[in-house]
Design a protein. Structure first.
Length: 231
């Protein structure tokens, strides 16, 4: 574990004194000095440090940042921010007259063009849209129509109400997602998260005649978590 060395490295990279960082974190300078040597902070402080430096806890604990070149370090941090939805990832959306976000509908026919148009406001504006007041208003939702029989008992033609996932690290093993990828376009599958270990997702069908397959995370464009079905 590289936590202690990384705290010191990131502090110096930002040009901060121990006193400045300690004040920002709400701890004493002596505690911070101990954390930079060999004392592990409590979990709450680790989370505050990760947020302050803009990195994941995983990177703070496991990666030896001090041995990386400037390019490799920047690449690692930018990738981490992107996967967590903190870097630029454009999501086009529509709103009603009061400024509330609407739910766009992606039919089987529209799915063929979705990969090319998902970030195009004009394309999204042309999709049918409606609202469901019982859904959380602080989340973005979209409806996708199922095609094929790979996710039985979900029938072909069913409509899936899905919630936008901005942090791809939060994808939970065994849950259902609509994943938009460079190779396969819009696909509805059961996902297994292998981003940290192998930078990929394992996508599985509930119908056993369809084989599981891997998707490199670099090929993923959007992820939507399945919420409910309308037939």
């Amino acid at each position: 574990m590289h936590l202690n060395a990384n705290i010191k490295f990131l502090r110096k990279q930002k040009g901060l004194t121990q006193e400045t960082l300690a004040n920002a974190l709400g701890i004493s300078r002596s505690k911070l000095a101990g954390y930079e040597l060999n004392i592990n902070p409590p979990l709450e402080t680790i989370l505050e440090m990760a947020d302050y430096f803009g990195v994941s806890v995983d990177i703070l604990l496991r990666k030896d940042l001090g041995v990386l070149s400037e390019y490799k370090l920047r690449q690692l941090l930018e990738t981490d921010q992107f996967l967590r939805g903190r870097n630029l990832r454009i999501l086009s959306t529509t709103v009603d007259a009061e400024g509330k976000e609407l739910i766009e509908v992606v039919s089987q026919k529209a799915k063929a063009s979705y990969l090319a148009g998902f970030s195009d406001p004009d394309f999204i504006e042309e999709l049918p849209r409606f609202s469901l007041p019982f859904l959380p208003q602080d989340k973005k939702h979209r409806v996708f129509q199922v095609d094929g029989d790979s996710m039985l008992p979900t029938p072909e033609g069913a409509w899936l109400v899905c919630e936008y996932v901005d942090d791809w690290f939060s994808i939970k093993d065994g849950e259902k997602y609509v994943v938009v990828t460079e190779q396969d376009g819009v696909t509805f599958k059961i996902a297994y998260n292998q981003i940290r270990e192998k930078e990929r997702l394992l996508l599985c069908s509930s119908n056993p005649i369809y084989k599981p397959f891997y998707v490199n995370i670099s090929d993923v464009r959007e992820v939507w978590r399945y919420r409910l079905m309308m037939v």
